[in-house]
Ligand binder design. Structure first.
Ligand code: ADP
Ligand code: MG
Length: 949
């Protein structure tokens, strides 16, 4: 069942007419209205609670939109009307309109009027307290419009958690005029604070709050209603206005509050649990209006122009979204003590019913749990429960009345016998016991289940703890890994840095090297060029010098002649000195080289001598060696011979011994032959022939022994000799080896020396070559120098000649210059004169048309004068004729003598009118007087002349 207090935000859409600028621009009127609640833009329909066309009047709009809200507020509900839309879409027109124009006034003044009308129509028991506040939100700062000193107010919450602007001026009002005064004051304050009101109002939100509190003096019931009337800032985009700097900040802030309004509306429309009211002060203030305890009407103001197409669409979409928001409204009523009491009673009753219900249900549940089946009539029934509560109440009331409380067994009207009593008591005890048992069983069960629960929970907890530990471990590992990674990364980055540094250093080095290489190359190139093209350079120098000379000869006429001369001579000198320097350097170098080569030669000779000595030594050694070898050979031969002899002698001895043995053996058998075995016996038989033999043998033996000993001696000697010889041989061999090594060394040294020698000779050759080249160069340089000198001499001569010439020329030039300066001054004067003349000419030229005009006028005058003259002449001729005729007549009539004189006087008086009386009446009948005309002409001329000068 829907909450009776729930109501969705009402969204009204109002289109203003095209304004004159849009009409002039030829903008199209884009909305198409379908019925009361739909508008189509480019075929797309947008539905609202009501859609108002451009021709809707303020009264119509008010009646349809705001009239009901007045009633609501006065009945104790909160209300909000806010106007949303882009700048100049008609928000202010709708909310305020022309405040004091009965036709054009907007919602606010009409509401004010209606509130008071309503109040006046109410019964006398109601007392109203109305207070108004007026503030604006600009850049998310709340400014009190009824007190300009409060520029940054804050939003707080009251005890019911409803936000309000703290410290905001609340003006108590008693009539619509006072409210309108407050509005006027606020608007004035707003105007005073800002320079451009239109701009400011399009960037700020203005909020007018009417707070109505009514009290019924009879019932003491208090109702409060708050009405917010909000004129929002323009909802246009930042981009379209092309805002910059502070303006952009403002636009962001405005957009921020508007976008937070949008976010709040979106969150509410989506039914999100979190609504970002706190994002801006505006949404905070309107918190109750959006999704809270408030009847809210949103007026979507739109421009119908095709120019604002996009903005209009977004505005319409915004309105559609807002339409889905549901508010829950409740009466803001303050109860009286009586009402509170009643309410408390009611609540208490409710509480009781609920308690009975709970116990009933619990019992039933327990029975079910215990395996009992509860019959339908004993199952929970709301009505029964209520009845029970009522019965219980009645019983309680009775109990209250029947005090003191009756004891058990002494219930009124019930008399128990002793047996019955006992039985009853036994039954009671049994029942109590049963109950106790049941309770303990229940407790056990509960304990068991709670234990089980506890166990499961414990295991769950353990599992979770283990999981937690594991995840902790994991996190630790991950962190470690991360640390390692970070370390690795650091190392790598360090390495990379090092590498890059190294690379940089290397590249720098490379650069340096390449630079140095390049410079060396350059130098090499230069040196090559120098060595290869020295001659060329000299010739070039010469040619350039010649060219310079030629140029100088050409330019000899000018003053700058000395400068290049000096420069060229200086250059030549410089060149010569550098060449000399070079030559001297080379000489020194060559000298040192020669010295060095001489040293090397001497050392070479020494080493050759040494080598020879060594070689001779070597040959002597070799000779000695061969001698020693021969000696060794002969000695070994001797040794061999001696060995041989020794062996022979030993063999002899052996033979003789054998013979002795044999003879002695014979002597045993034959007394002649027993001497060898028993000499004593032979001695004793000395006289026998055997004795002789024995003695002979003895002598032989002796001799033999002697020989042996001599031979042994000799052998010893020989052996000694041999050992000596071997020693010496070894020494010799060693010596030979040493010599060989020395020889090798010497050979190597010799080779080295010869190589050095070769190198040196090569160097020498090169030096020689260089020296010769140098000599040639020197010679050529000397030659060139000579030619240069000669050229210089020639040049100097030529130059001096030319200088002389130039001096002459200069002299002539000076005189010419003087002449020229004279002429120049003349020319200057002349140009001045010329200029003056030109100016005069110009002025004369400008005068020409004037003069021509005058000339023409003069010519015309001359012509007229000529005509007059002619006429005068003719007149004169006629006069003359007439005169003559008269004269003739007079002559005819008067005497010729007197008549002639009189006639001439008459004539004169006629020709010169001054002599005649002026008669204005007939003035023009006379021909013009020649004198008069001429003098006029002369005067005219004189005027012109004066004008001219
Ligand atoms: P906003 O407050 O939205 O910036 P305004 O209320 O100041 O716009 O309106 C801009 C102009 O358009 C005003 O001159 C106003 O008189 C005019 N206007 C707005 N709505 C209407 C309407 N419904 N009928 C006639 N004129 C309107
Ligand atoms: Mg406005």
């Amino acid at each position: 069942m829907a909450d009776p207090g729930e109501c969705s935000i009402k969204v009204m859409c109002r289109f203003r007419p095209l304004n004159s600028a849009e009409v002039a621009r030829g903008d199209k009127y884009i909305p198409k209205f379908v019925g009361d609640d739909c508008v189509q833009i480019a075929g797309k329909p947008y539905y609202f609670d009501r859609v108002f066309q451009s021709n809707t009047t303020q009264v119509q709009f008010y009646n349809a939109v705001a009239l009901k809200i007045v009633k609501d507020v006065l009945e104790g509900y909160n209300g909000t009307i806010f106007a949303y839309g882009q700048t100049s879409s008609g928000k202010t027109h709708t909310m305020e309109g022309k405040l004091h124009d009965p036709d054009m006034m907007g919602i606010i003044p009409r509401i004010v009027e209606d509130i008071f009308n309503y109040i006046y129509s109410m019964d006398e028991n109601s007392e109203f307290h109305i207070k108004v506040s007026y503030f604006e939100i600009y850049l998310d700062k709340i400014r009190d419009l009824l007190d300009v000193t409060k520029t940054n107010l804050s939003v707080h919450e009251d005890k019911n958690r409803v936000p309000f602007v703290k410290g905001c001026t609340e003006r108590f009002v008693c009539s619509p005029e006072e409210v309108m005064d407050a509005i006027d004051e606020g608007k004035n304050n707003r105007h005073v604070a800002v320079t451009n009101m239109n701009e400011h109002s399009s960037r700020s939100h203005s909020i007018f709050l009417i707070n109505i509190k009514q009290e019924n003096t009879q019932t003491e019931q208090k109702l409060t209603g708050k009405l917010y009337l909000v004129d929002l800032a323009g909802s246009e985009k930042v981009g379209k206005t092309g805002a910059e700097g502070t303006v952009l900040d403002e636009a962001k802030m405005i957009n921020k509050s508007l976008s937070s309004l949008g976010n709040v509306i979106s969150a509410l429309a989506e039914g999100s649990t979190y609504v970002p009211y706190r994002d801006s002060k505006m949404t905070r203030i309107l918190q109750d209006s959006l999704g809270g305890n408030c009847r809210t009407t949103m007026i979507i103001c739109c421009s119908p122009s095709s120019f604002n197409d996009a903005e209009t669409r977004t505005t319409l979409l915004f309105g559609q979204r807002a339409k889905t928001i549901k508010n829950t409204v409740s009466l803001n009523v303050e109860l009286t003590a009586e009402q509170w009491k009643k309410k408390w009673e009611k609540e208490k009753e409710k509480n009781k019913t609920l308690r009975t219900t709970i116990t009933w249900l619990e019992n039933e549940l327990n029975r079910w749990r215990n395996g009992e089946s509860v019959p339908v009539e004993e199952q929970f029934d709301k009505e029964k429960a209520k009845a029970e509560v009522v019965a219980l109440d009645a019983a309680l009331n009775n109990n209250d009345k029947a005090a003191p409380q009756p004891a058990l067994g002494s219930l009124p009207g019930v008399a128990l016998t002793g047996a019955e009593k006992e039985k009853y008591e036994a039954e009671m005890a049994k029942l109590y016991k049963e109950m106790d048992d049941k309770v303990t069983a229940l407790l056990h069960l509960l304990l068991e289940s709670s234990r089980n629960d506890h166990d499961t929970l414990q295991t769950e907890l353990n599992r979770l703890l283990a999981e937690n530990e594991a995840s902790k471990e994991e996190v630790k590992e991950v962190l470690q890994a991360l640390e390692e990674l970070a370390l690795n990364y650091d190392q790598k980055s360090q390495e990379v840095e090092d590498k890059t540094k190294e690379f940089e250093a290397l590249s720098e080095e490379l650069n340096q090297k390449s630079n140095s290489l390049a410079s060396i190359d350059c130098e090499l190139q230069k040196l090559k060029e120098m060595s290869n093209h020295q001659k060329k350079r000299v010739t070039e120098m010469m040619s350039s010098l010649l060219k310079d000379l030629a140029e100088i000869s050409i330019a000899v006429g000018s003053n700058d002649i000395k400068v290049p001369l000096c420069e060229s001579s200086g250059l030549i000198d410089e060149e010569i000195t550098t060449a000399r320097l070079y030559i001297s350097k080379m000489k020194a170098e060559v000298k040192t080289m020669v010295k060095r080569s001489k040293q090397l030669e001497s050392s070479q000779a020494e080493s050759g001598q040494k080598l020879e000595e060594m070689e001779s030594n070597l040959t002597a050694c070799q000779l000695r060696m061969s001698q020693y070898e021969a000696k060794i050979k002969s000695l070994t031969d001797n040794l061999q011979n001696l060995e041989h002899k020794k062996r022979q002698l030993e063999e002899n001895v052996d033979l003789l011994n054998e013979e002795i043995v044999r003879i002695s053996a014979e002597g045993e058998h034959d007394p002649h032959c027993c001497w060898t075995v028993c000499p004593l016996k032979t001695e004793r038989q000395a006289n026998s022939p055997v004795r002789y033999l024995v003695s002979q043998i003895q002598s032989h033996r002796e001799a033999h022994q002697k020989q042996i000993s001599s031979l042994r001696d000799e052998l010893d000697r020989k052996e000694k000799l041999i050992t000596e010889l071997q020693d010496s041989n070894q020494e010799i061999v060693l010596e030979q080896e040493r010599l060989k090594v020395e020889h090798e060394k010497l050979k190597a040294a010799d080779q080295e020396k010869s190589r050095q020698l070769q190198e040196l000779t090569l160097l020498q050759d090169r030096r020689e070559q260089a020296r010769q080249d140098l000599k040639g160069l020197e010679e050529t340089v000397a030659r060139e120098l000579q030619t240069l000198h000669s050229l210089r001499r020639l040049f100097v001569q030529d130059l001096s000649r030319r200088v002389r010439k130039v001096e002459l020329v200069i002299l002539s030039f000076i005189s010419a210059k003087q002449k020229i300066s004279f002429l120049e001054s003349n020319l200057e004067q002349l140009t001045k004169v010329h200029k003056q003349l030109v100016r005069d000419n110009a002025s004369l030229h400008s005068e020409i048309p004037k003069m021509e005009k005058r000339l023409r006028a003069t010519a015309a005058r001359v012509q007229s004068l000529e005509a007059a003259l002619k006429e005068a002449k003719e007149n004169a001729a006629r006069e003359k004729k007439r005169h003559e005729e008269e004269v003739e007549r007079i002559k005819d009539t008067v005497k010729p003598k007197n008549m002639g004189r009189r006639a001439s006087i008459d004539y004169l008086s006629r020709v010169y009118p001054a002599s005649r009386p002026v008669n204005a009446g007939d003035r023009h009948q006379h021909p013009p007087r020649p004198h008069e005309g001429i003098s006029g002409l002369e005067n005219g001329w004189m005027d012109d002349y004066e004008d001219y000068y």
